[in-house]
Design a protein around this ligand. Structure first.
Ligand SMILES: [Zn+2]
Length: 659
């Protein structure tokens, strides 16, 4: 093994979980430069480089390694991993710089931090912290117990810091919760953050992300977004008579942006734009939110990796708080683990109304149980993605003699009165979909093609820069006008005299006209644009998903949860047509063919989207109404073999793949 030079090259690592460190990352790099210069070590990192890294979300650049926004108890981090790899393998490196031990790690187990240090030193490296220098050691060296103890104590307090911080935060949150104040996070749809004075009066609405530190002042959430509350009211009006999926469709059809529209979330550290669409869960969450009846609920979900909130104080994590891979998971607290307090505003709806809505939704949920969703650990990777084309219904999971299958939903819910006993085995059908995927989408050539196509598209998009910035400017202007509209509307509602109200009318009129004009302009711009989103981000996100696809499709047949996740990500849907066949003197329904689609490919035939509730179905059948997607409705056993289908029915092997 070639030896490292005594004075060679230096590397720098730091971690910043919140950006609230006493010194900023550029200042740390400046420190490392000064130290390197003193000893004569070559180090090419600059404060500017690390600033650029933060901006561009990079974990390594030249001699500088960084993890930004990552908590110190994660011992595998992109920056740290790359730093360790390079430090160990690059023999020109003699020194590594890190501001303090707690920048390397805030480990749950202090020994883990010590091990990282030991590995670097045994590789012949000098480790330089701001307050300590650790000389290289070799495997044969006697272990210095004092040194180990110093290191372990340092990492222990570094890890404890996280726990103590968690504990302090939880106690503070309980105090706030008991008085009905926000404990952080985002208010629900229709509500806004308000600054509340010591006497409990709401002083003013806070801007997004605005933090106010004033003694005695707190943040509370009030139902003050009139525009959103009108949508909430519509949801409430519809919810008892209309399925949530249909409400979501109605709102999407009208172009009403969903609560998270325009937001970004991190997927594998890449910001991905929210679709801006409503779905069943958004609708349900809004309709059942306890703040609608002016009741605060805290700690319904417990997350966090150190301690969790309960009404009596922090509790340590127990086995159930961890996922099988050892990472902490968010859990739903039992009812007695939830803190409830009365909010200081008038309820949006009455308690009776709220109870009734919750009850209706629970009742609907009961009918779905064991059918289209997974219960417990029972595998259901194709839940909600497999259709019987004969009637257009989803096929529901069904268990019989220890085997799981997908059986026509109409047949099940009409108690065998409609459609037919159209059924496929769950495991074989899942295997079939996976095989199609591997064959068509996940070969290295297909992946490479997809990647280059995505990059091409991105390049083309960036070419269209001016058009995009015009759209963005227009969108920003529109949202500003809408905000103003909301405020003026609210002020008019609060106006004390007719004169006051009249004085605001021209402004309101002008704002309304502006909003209409801008909306029209934006529509035109969007119609002429290929896509309206940020292409660079989308490519990165798409690639991140593609990377994961391979892992998922490689997992063996028993990991149905991952397979289900894979199907969800690519939005796989399997449409099957069934025909009657004679087997051993018995007539059975077998799949005669079908179509497997991915992404936004439209379904190959009409699908049923009416009510699925058994009671409603019975009533509809009694009155002679159709309960299938096909206009004739399908009485049992009447299907004739489809002449257009000539595939082998036994193994589903002839299914057409379309993408
Ligand atoms: Zn059917």
């Amino acid at each position: 093994m070639n030896k490292r030079p005594e004075i060679g090259r230096g590397l720098f690592y730091t971690r910043d979980s919140t950006g609230h460190s006493d010194l900023s990352p550029p200042q740390y790099v400046a420190w490392a430069r000064r130290e390197a210069e003193k000893i004569g070590v070559t180090f090419e990192g600059t404060p500017e480089a690390i600033t650029a890294m933060i901006k561009r979300n990079l974990s390594e650049l030249g001699d500088v390694y960084l993890d930004f926004g990552i908590s110190g108890n994660h011992l595998s981090r992109p920056g740290l991993d790359a730093f360790r790899r390079r430090a160990l393998s690059d023999r020109s490196i003699s020194h590594v710089f890190a501001p303090r031990r707690d920048r390397i790690a805030r480990p749950d187990d202090p020994v883990d931090g010590y091990k990282i240090e030991k590995e670097l030193r045994q590789a012949g490296l000098t480790v330089i912290f701001m307050n300590e220098v650790l000389r290289p050691s070799s495997r044969g060296d006697r272990v210095d117990v004092a040194e180990i103890i110093t290191s372990i104590i340092a990492y222990d307090s570094s890890g404890k810091f996280r726990r103590e911080l968690a504990e302090k935060l939880i106690h503070a949150k309980i105090k706030l919760a008991e008085r009905g104040f926000s404990i952080g996070g985002e208010p629900p749809y229709g509500f806004r953050r308000w600054l509340t004075g010591p006497d409990g009066t709401a002083k003013r609405e806070l801007e997004d992300g605005e933090i106010v530190k004033m003694s005695g002042h707190h943040v509370t959430w009030l139902p003050t977004s009139d525009r959103e509350l009108r949508v909430v009211q519509r949801i409430l009006d519809l919810i008892e008579s209309t399925p949530v999926t249909r409400i979501a469709r109605i709102l999407n059809g009208e172009g009403i942006p969903s609560p998270k529209a325009g937001r970004f979330r991190l997927v594998r550290r890449v910001a991905v734009a929210n679709s801006g669409l409503w779905n069943a869960n958004t609708v349900k969450a809004i309709a059942t939110h306890p703040l609608l009846v002016a009741c605060w609920e805290y700690g319904r979900r417990a997350m966090g990796d150190q301690l969790r909130l309960t009404p009596t104080g922090p509790r340590p994590l127990v086995d159930g708080d961890y996922r099988p891979d050892g990472r902490p998971r968010a859990v739903v607290n039992p009812a007695d683990g939830v803190i409830r307090t009365a909010a200081g505003f008038d309820p949006v709806i009455t308690d009776e109304r709220h109870d009734s809505i919750v009850q209706v939704l629970e009742e609907r949920g009961r009918h779905l149980k064991g059918k289209s969703r997974t219960r417990g650990d029972s595998p259901n990777p194709l839940g909600g993605r497999i259709y019987d084309l004969n009637c257009g219904w989803l096929m529901y999971r069904h268990e019989r003699r220890g085997r799981w299958e997908y059986l026509c939903g109409l047949y099940q819910n009409s108690q065998a009165k409609c459609c037919s006993h159209n059924v496929v085995p769950g495991d074989a059908t899942t295997g079939f979909v996976l095989a199609c995927l591997r064959q068509r989408a996940l070969t290295p050539t297909a992946l490479a093609k997809l990647r280059s196509r995505l990059e091409e598209l991105a390049a083309a998009e960036i070419g269209g820069g001016p058009a995009r910035s015009r759209r963005e400017a227009c969108r920003a202007e529109l949202s500003e006008v809408e905000l103003k509209l909301e405020k003026v509307g609210r002020n008019m509602a609060l106006a004390e005299t007719p004169e006051e109200s009249r004085a605001m009318a021209p402004t309101l009129k002008q704002l309304r006209a502006d909003s209409v004009r801008l909306r029209k302009q934006l529509d035109d711009l969007e119609a002429s644009a290929p896509t309206g989103r940020d292409p660079g981000r989308e490519v990165e996100a798409a690639m991140a998903v593609l990377d994961r696809l391979g892992d998922l499709a490689d997992s063996q047949g028993n990991d149905y949860a991952s397979i289900g996740e894979l199907f969800r990500r690519i939005d796989a849907r399997l449409y099957l047509r069934f025909r009657v066949e004679r087997r051993d003197n018995r007539m059975v329904n077998v799949p005669g063919g079908g179509v497997l689609t991915f992404g936004s490919t439209p379904p190959p035939g009409p699908l049923y989207d009416g009510p699925t509730d058994r009671t409603i179905l019975r009533a509809r059948l009694a009155s002679g109404e159709s309960v299938a997607a096909s206009p004739t409705g399908i009485p049992p056993g009447s299907q004739s073999p489809d002449p257009g289908v000539s595939w082998s029915a036994k193994r589903l092997s002839g299914i057409v793949f379309s993408s």
